[in-house]
Design a protein around this ligand. Structure first.
Ligand code: NAP
Length: 262
């Protein structure tokens, strides 16, 4: 058994790392670690999830929100005991699969814990949206965001999407500044889809595509100037987040968004 750390660059996170290093009995190694201790904010946990997707992640929040973390700074001893004695439990967080195909035939696959977005900040993006085999709409606007339940409190929330209970298996499609006029129409409402749906976003044929199109997968961004199709679906991949005591979903929402820190 071995483990490693992913930490935010601040003194509190570094001190907790030093403390845990003395308490945990296993060796530190960043080559295929069994456990990863992410100390910082949600951003730190997201980075850990991309770097070590197969490891069991222990999150301690020293960040602003710490929505994902299941351990607080006061829980350092509990976390060390959980790793040393195997007394932790696992929460599975579904990862969204993003697969995109370019006109030159390049295929890229990646996985998101929070969301996948497609955006064109300067020129209007025109996308044909198909869900399974049903054509939904020709979308015009800045972009679209497809989020997981655990990512529904991130970018999706700023787009006025719904907060989705972590216990639901779903994905949410939300518009980023869709254009609505007498000439153009979009659905306008966020749409929550079941786990087994497959979203296909195609660059509209015969219309000059914007040159600067970005596909983002959490904090990672791909700049594409010849996108053909982006598929978003679940592929039975999930992140293993460790916890000691389950935190009630509503408590997590209140501590993150309603009760301000003293
Ligand atoms: P980041 O600093 O890691 O994240 C931005 C903020 O979102 C931080 O305050 C972070 O909390 C919080 N956050 C992340 N995931 C969350 C979740 N699931 N629930 C609640 N809050 C969450 O920024 P980054 O390094 O660029 O990472 C990209 C993330 O930023 C994306 O996944 C996207 O969700 C978010 N983003 C948001 C907007 C927006 O809201 N307008 C625009 C672009 C991107 P901590 O302080 O605890 O880290």
């Amino acid at each position: 058994m071995n483990y490693c750390f992913v930490i935010r660059d601040d003194n509190e996170s570094k001190n907790i790392k030093d403390l845990l290093t003395k308490k945990i009995k296993y060796d530190i190694s960043d080559k295929n670690p069994d456990f990863v201790i992410a100390i910082g904010g949600d951003g730190t946990i997201i980075k850990a999830s991309h770097k070590y997707p197969d490891a069991i992640i222990f999150g301690i929040h020293t960040g602003h929100l710490g929505h994902y973390a299941n351990y607080s700074v006061e829980d350092v001893d509990i976390l060390a005991d959980d790793i040393n004695n195997g007394t932790y439990k696992i929460q599975q967080l579904d990862l969204l699969s993003a697969e995109f195909v370019t006109k030159s035939g390049r295929i890229v696959n990646d996985y998101a814990l929070n969301e996948v977005t497609i955006v064109s900040p300067l020129r209007t993006l025109i996308l044909d949206v198909t869900i399974d085999d049903e054509f939904l709409e020709r979308y015009r606007g800045t972009g679209l965001c497809i989020s997981t339940p655990s990512g529904s409190t991130a970018y999706n929330k700023s787009l006025h999407g719904s907060i989705i209970d972590y216990n639901l298996k779903a994905m949410q499609l939300t518009e980023i500044a869709g254009i609505n006029s007498t000439a153009y129409k979009t659905l306008s409402s966020p749409i929550v889809l079941s786990y087994d749906r497959r979203i296909k976003l195609e660059m509209a044929e015969g219309i000059e595509a914007p040159k600067d199109v970005f596909i983002t997968v959490d904090h990672i961004s791909y700049s594409i100037n010849d996108l053909k199709t982006l598929y978003i679906f679940y592929n039975n991949k999930y992140l293993k987040m460790a916890y000691h005591k389950p935190e009630e979903f509503i408590k997590r929402i209140t501590r993150s968004f309603l009760v301000s820190k003293k």
